[in-house]
Unconditional design. Sequence first.
Length: 142
Amino acid sequence: MTKTFTARCACGAVEAELSGAPLAQMYCHCTDCRAWLNAPVHAATGWPAAQVRLTKGADDVIAYKRTEKSHRKSCGRCGGAVLVEHPEIGVTDVLASNIEGFRFAPEMHVYYAERMINMKDGLPKFASMPEAVGGDGKLVAE
Ligand SMILES: [Zn+2]
Ligand SMILES: [Zn+2]
């Protein structure tokens, strides 16, 4: 049986159902996420878009596109972030901290070149993103 998870905003008005497992788990340091979330870094999980389904509160969702690459969705009631769609690569990023019962196991850091804080944890640190998802694949030393 396929495992499912529920992700929700702070007030619970908006919910998404996730099925299976994410493609990748990472810390994102990009300036766009930081501005949107008002946080220096965030725990991101990238899922195939087809495995993420908005199941509750579609009318309360606010969409924000800083660029066409990333469609950020949050709850209009509590302001809580829910997910980020990346239509060009068919991946949806769901904030790990919003997924009930999910054990975040980060594999890498992305957009580390834009970081606000250093994190010395031995994980690979991509200046942008791995080549497989459209980045230049360059690594930054800790
Ligand atoms: Zn909410
Ligand atoms: Zn980001």
